[in-house]
Design a protein around this ligand. Sequence first.
Ligand code: FES
Length: 171
Amino acid sequence: MKEGRSLRLLGPLGCGYRLNPGKWLLIGGGLGAAGFPGLAAGIDCDLVLLGALSQGKLLNIPGVRTVVITEDGSSGTKGLVTDLLGSILWDSYSGIALCGPVPMMKAVIEAIPVRARANVQISAEAMMGCGWGACEGCSVPKAGGGFLKCCSDGPVFPADSIDWERWEGIH
Ligand code: FES
């Protein structure tokens, strides 16, 4: 849009993170971390893990302990965000926020011990037509069958409410 033009916006819509008390771990891939500064301000954020293609794609989250990794090695170590998970003390976190590309989120969840997965909330991204739960354009495959609507059921979901195999298959 051109500078000076006006725009009608509607929001906030849907459901955000359930802010469990206790320490949080935030794991973001690329632009998936865009919501983390706002989330970190409302929780006891102990650590943020950020992965991106390169330094220019990393977001800065001020005021929190952050470890970064890039695929080209231009910032932090070279590799994927899953490479940072080996030393995490999963039982010390009551909340784990995860956001990024679907294959990245699926790989992270598979690397998390099963006992800790109930604490993981993911923030989904989808093209939205209506924002009201009517068009089903934002559907995310639901564990056990059917679909969740990103606009009204989400965009934040418990990780175990998603059918990750089906969701990865449509990306
Ligand atoms: S955007 Fe229409 S149902 Fe979600």
